[in-house]
Design a protein around this ligand. Sequence first.
Ligand SMILES: Nc1ncnc2c1ncn2[C@@H]1O[C@H](COP(=O)(O)OP(=O)(O)O)[C@@H](O)[C@H]1O
Ligand SMILES: Cc1ncc(COP(=O)(O)O)c(N)n1
Ligand SMILES: [Mg+2]
Length: 527
Amino acid sequence: MLNLACSFRFKSVTAAAAFSTDSPVHVPCVLTIAGSDSGAGAGIQADIKACAARGVYCCSAITSVTAQNTIGVQGISTLPAAFVEQQINSVLDDIHVDVVKTGMLASPEIIQSVCSRIKQYSIGSLVVDPVMVSTSGHELSGPSILDRLRKALLPLATIVTPNMLEASVLADGKPVNTVLDMREVAAEIHRMGPRYVLVKGGHLKNSHDLVDVLYDGSEWHELRGSRIKTRSTHGTGCTLAASIAAELAKGLDVLPAVMAAKEYVAKALEHSSSIKIGGGAQGPMNHFFQLADWGKLSSRQCRFDPRKLFLYAVTDSGMNKRWDRSTPAAVEQAIQGGATIIQIREKEAETLEFIKIAEASLAIGRKYGVPVLINDRVDVAVACNADGVHLGQTDMPVRLARSILGPGKIIGTSCKTVEQAVKAYEDGADYIGCGGVYPTTTKKKNKTIGLDGLRLLCEASPLPVVAIGGISAANVEEVMNSRPAMLHGVAVVSTLFDQSDVGQATRDLRASMTAALSESTAGKVFS
Ligand SMILES: Nc1ncnc2c1ncn2[C@@H]1O[C@H](COP(=O)(O)OP(=O)(O)O)[C@@H](O)[C@H]1O
Ligand SMILES: Cc1ncc(COP(=O)(O)O)c(N)n1
Ligand SMILES: [Mg+2]
């Protein structure tokens, strides 16, 4: 059966295990099984471009070759099902594919072949874009495929992404004109067996906003965005489905994958409003608007190991001074006690002093293989070649920090809402610090979001999350047992550093975390 195991989830590991860099990097991979568009706005060509732009490798099995441009579809030649099957075998026999995405499947035999291949190989997730008609109004696959599509392919799908017209056809001609219709038809299609149904609203009439409706069998999400004025809408459906596949391949769950994919399509459309390729009514979109950044976006997804967030120690110069020890000495004790990542937070130090403290702490971090991040100050991080930075919402924007620090550094940012989390992901952050979970003396004016706020953010966060704010050995079990899937660890300040013995305080916290892990619910969350 298909499963959506998220690659970010982990079991408790030692810092040393989290740091192994010897194994080759797995590049997330999508296989698209779709038609070729000679004009390259939609089909296989759009899929490969979308995946590449999202930092994902994309293989292809071509089902039909269309003679197509921005004016329309001039011809279609459909390949024999056996040859489609051969292409799929060639890819899957050799290359590890995380997600399969299907587009134009023009014959029932091709659908049958695709189903049999998907069942034979263990594929993580399946995205089905039930392509029927081109944006220019030409039929790409006729009614002969409907029965197989409904009965054989949809039950295997993680998500199916019909536009309003395709949704109506799947539901035997039920009219789909309004958002209410979209909700109803989503439920009807869901009964055919896919885990999620996304009815796309690109063709919604009389509406400023565009609404896509996502349904998982119990809950509807209305994903809204404003309609972008552009003629470059050829291939939006293919691009959206391929981007969802790419995000799933990187390890996101379905809702955050859809949100990230929608954001990407919207940005690509925005960047396409001024381009002109071809003379027809529907031009292609610019998939590579982030080309200058793309290496950065792709590599960070592969490099940062979220297991490092497990026990995240944030220093406080005032506390360490009070207990008469230097920050680097406190850092060493925390690491010896089991901290897996360190953040140097020097709110009062002058720049030179901050750099010296950071350099000494980094030397210790490197000795133990534990990353050391700098709070707030990108300049200090650059000066001492730190492993990365942690930025608040009022510090340097993540996108700017990424452009300064490059792809190899870790960037974390503090978020309280899902919107901030999705933006952090889009801007190139690696993880999110979410809180304050409980009231804390370290940050008096900080709003407390509680366990509910933490859960809400984690449910839709595209990035791994570390919980922060008032967490101690006494309540850490409750935090871990709150079961948000993207939660990867807890960050603490006074629990470690406002103590006489930092090493012991770290060991105590780690023991409570390990105890929570061995209990059923938290064990599942952190695995
Ligand atoms: N002009 C637009 N502005 C913003 N988003 C759009 C626009 N047109 C389509 N989209 C989005 O692109 C995706 C593809 O939608 P749609 O056009 O309905 O699919 P298809 O290309 O399969 O007909 C959806 O997420 C939709 O909301
Ligand atoms: C080969 C091929 N596949 C799919 C589409 C649909 O395009 P859209 O993304 O606009 O729905 C297309 N026009 N051509
Ligand atoms: Mg489409």
